[in-house]
Design a protein around this ligand. Structure first.
Ligand code: GLN
Length: 194
C-alpha cells in the first residue's frame, strides 16, 4: 500500500522529518510520498501526520490561525510527534498559551530539564527496538502523567519520553536528527499493517 505522509510545515524541524521519512520509505522499499502540510486541504489525503519539534507555543498558534485545530483533532490517520509536537498531543500542559490537541490522555511538562541541561544526548531503551537508541534532547518535555490507554515506550530517570496510543507515537527527543531511522520505520511498519 502506498502511504502518504504529511509533515506540518509552518514551523519547526520540517525538512529533517521530510528527509527522514523519505529515506525510511526508500529503505523499506515502500511506495509512498512525504509532503508538507500547511492547511486542511493538504492534511485530508494523508495517511499519517507528523508534528515536528520547534516551539510549541508558536505551533499551537499556527494550528489555530490556519484553521487546523479541529481538523487535527478529528483526523483519523496516524500521528508521529516529536518534542514540541508531543507537548501539543497531550491534554494538559502547564502553559496557558498552548491549546493542547488532547489526542493522547497525558500531561506534558515543557522544558522539563531546566537551563543547565537544556540539551543533552543519551542512549536509551525504547520498547520495540532490540538495542539502545541514541536520543538527542533539545529543551525537551517529559510526560508527567499518562492515562490508561497510553503505552509507555521509553522512560529515563526524569520521566517518560516515549509513548504510543494505537497508531500514534510521540517522543520528547529528536529521532529525525541522528540518521537512525528505526523509530520512523517502526511507525511506518504499523501504518502499513493497518
Ligand atoms: N521547548 C520547546 C517547546 O516546548 C520544544 C523544543 C523542541 O521541540 N526541540 O516549545
Amino acid at each position: 500500500m502506498a502511504v502518504r505522509i504529511g509533515v506540518f510545515a509552518l514551523q519547526g524541524d520540517v525538512h529533517e522529518h521530510l528527509h527522514a521519512f523519505r529515506t525510511a520509505l526508500t529503505k523499506r522499499e515502500s511506495p509512498g510520498e512525504v509532503v508538507p502540510v500547511r492547511n486542511k486541504r493538504d492534511l485530508a489525503p494523508c495517511d499519517a501526520f507528523v508534528i515536528p519539534g520547534g516551539e510549541s507555543t508558536t505551533i499551537s498558534r499556527l494550528i489555530q490561525k490556519n484553521d487546523l485545530f479541529q481538523e487535527i483533532r478529528e483526523y483519523d490517520g496516524a500521528i508521529f510527534a516529536t518534542c514540541a509536537g508531543m507537548v501539543l498531543l497531550g491534554n494538559d500542559t502547564s502553559d496557558a498559551r498552548i491549546q493542547p490537541l488532547g489526542i493522547m490522555d497525558m500531561g506534558v511538562e515543557r522544558n522539563a530539564f531546566g537551563r543547565q541541561k537544556e540539551s543533552f544526548e543519551s542512549d536509551i531503551e525504547v520498547k520495540g527496538l532490540n538495542s539502545p537508541f541514541h536520543a538527542v534532547f533539545i529543551r525537551a518535555p517529559v510526560v508527567t502523567r499518562v492515562g490508561q490507554e497510553i503505552e509507555v515506550l521509553a522512560r529515563i530517570p526524569e520521566g517518560i519520553v516515549g509513548v504510543r496510543k494505537e497508531l500514534h507515537i510521540a517522543f520528547s527527543f529528536h529521532p529525525e536528527l541522528t540518521g537512525d531511522l528505526r523509530l520512523h520505520e517502526l511507525f511506518l511498519e504499523s501504518l502499513e499493517l493497518r
